[in-house]
Structures are given as structure tokens and as C-alpha cells.
Ligand binder design. Structure first.
Ligand code: ADP
Ligand code: MG
Length: 140
């Protein structure tokens, strides 16, 4: 599926739909350049999962766990990962194969440990269509 958005709220709304339908055990990979809207999308997902608190990029922690929603929500941002061992240290398998849903910003950086049947989300800009335009491609 390809979606196009022109505002952050539209991107959040698409994330929300995904969050409303997300199921335990699903792993979503989010790729796209810095500042493209991955975290904005994830904020919508959290909303769809009925998580109240603020959701920001866990850039300095790799993983942020939210237990208060409809199902557990595991938000990874692996942008600053230096070594794949850091994923072992946080016990990533408990989350990837757990009873919540995972969203992984910058998933391409940890390709070697990703499960086989992930859902892929790519967000891209196209400056010809305006500064706030985003193309969101979702493959399941
Ligand atoms: P990332 O997590 O990919 O690094 P963020 O979600 O943190 O990016 O930031 C995206 C930025 O782009 C925000 O400042 C947001 O307001 C802005 N933005 C502008 N237009 C859009 C859009 N259509 N969708 C998502 N974000 C947008
Ligand atoms: Mg981010």
C-alpha cells in the first residue's frame, strides 16, 4: 500500500490505523532518512494502541517499552547502535518473539538479526511535491 501525506497529522493518522490493527508478535520495520517522520508515525501507532503518554524517539536508549496500552508496545530506535551485541544486551529476542508489537526505527541497521516475516514501512520525501510531503509505503 502506498499513502501520501502533506502534514504530520496525516502521517500520525496512518500510524494510528496500523496501531489499531496491530497484533501480538508482529514486528514492523521503519526505514527512511533522519527527520522523515518515523517517530511521528510511531506516535500515531501508540495512539492506536491506546497508549496515553508521550512517545518520543528513544534514540539514546535503543528501546522504550510501553505496557499500558491494548497490547505491549516495544519501540526501538537503533540509529545509534555501534555493535549488534547491544541488541543481545537488551535481550531483543524477548521482544521480537514476545507478546507485544515491535516497531523498529532504522531497522536496516540490524538486518542480520531481524525475523523473517516482518512488515516493512518506508517513508520518503519528495521535495518536488513540497517540504512536508511524505510517501509512505507499507508492505505486509
Ligand atoms: P524521524 O523519526 O524519521 O527521524 P521525526 O518523526 O522525528 O523523524 O521528525 C519528522 C519531522 O518532519 C517532524 O518535525 C515533523 O513535524 C515533520 N513533518 C513535516 N511534514 C510531515 C509529514 N507529512 N509527515 C510526518 N512528519 C512531517
Ligand atoms: Mg525518530
Amino acid at each position: 500500500m502506498i499513502y501520501e501525506t502533506w502534514t504530520p497529522d496525516e502521517t500520525r493518522a496512518i500510524g494510528k490505523q496500523i496501531g489499531e490493527n496491530a497484533k501480538p508478535g508482529e514486528v514492523y520495520l521503519l526505514d527512511g532518512d533522519l527527520g522523515v517522520g518515523k517517530t511521528v508515525f510511531v506516535q500515531g501507532v501508540a495512539d492506536g494502541l491506546l497508549i496515553q503518554g508521550p512517545v518520543n524517539s528513544p534514540t539514546f536508549t535503543i528501546l522504550q517499552v510501553y505496557e499500558e496500552g491494548r497490547i505491549p508496545f516495544y519501540h526501538f530506535d537503533v540509529y545509534r547502535i555501534a555493535d549488534i551485541d547491544e541488541m543481545d544486551e537488551i535481550g531483543y529476542e524477548d521482544y521480537f518473539f514476545g507478546d507485544g508489537v515491535c516497531f523498529i526505527e532504522w531497522a536496516e541497521l540490524i538486518e542480520e538479526i531481524l525475523p523473517k516475516d516482518c512488515k516493512q514501512i518506508r517513508i520518503e520525501k519528495d521535495l518536488n511535491k513540497g517540504f512536508d510531503y511524505r510517501k509512505i509505503t507499507i508492505q505486509s
